[in-house]
Design a protein around this ligand. Structure first.
Ligand code: SF4
Length: 156
């Protein structure tokens, strides 16, 4: 048997990412790094192959692109939609993020993961001081990208 025949096929997950339009000039450096390293919210893909099949902004408050772009991502094979970490760490964080994730799940039948790269430590510090995330909902929203202090520092 040839070597290639023995290799286990890894599961391939195709994902789409929405970023907050406030960061519309972002080149995706932190998200792509975290995707490559399987850090932050991408740690759920450890041991799997991941392909990014869509990357766009919400198009600015109140997020009109959320109504349309998931369909394009799904057409391109997206099986999971990520709402970027910028939406939870911005000053202020996106007030619509919980609606977005419920809407995308309901309207496009796609699972939604809140977060992409680990929360940078500088944002973690300020939001902790401000008490921004002091609610059960926000604790749930930031959980996938909390990481460790060391990793948060590495994403500052
Ligand atoms: S705060 Fe929310 S709706 Fe407004 S631009 Fe950012 S992600 Fe979009």
């Amino acid at each position: 048997m040839k070597g290639s025949d023995c290799r286990m096929e890894k599961e391939l997950v195709k994902v789409g990412i929405f970023i907050c339009n406030r960061y519309h000039t972002c080149a995706g450096g932190k998200c792509l790094r975290a995707l490559r390293n399987r850090e932050g919210a991408f740690s759920i893909y450890e041991g799997k192959d991941v392909e990014l099949v869509g990357y766009t902004t919400c198009d600015g408050c109140p997020g009109g692109n959320i109504e349309y772009a998931p369909a394009e991502m799904k057409k391109n094979g997206a099986a999971v939609i990520h709402l970027a970490t910028g939406m939870i760490v911005g000053y202020p964080p996106c007030p619509r993020i919980d609606f977005f994730r419920r809407f995308i799940r309901e309207n496009f039948d796609l699972p939604v993961v809140v977060g992409t790269h680990p929360i940078p430590e500088k944002y973690y510090r300020i939001h902790t001081a401000l008490g921004t995330w002091n609610s059960p909902l926000w604790q749930e929203l930031i959980a996938p990208t909390l990481a460790t202090p060391e990793i948060r520092l590495a994403y500052n």
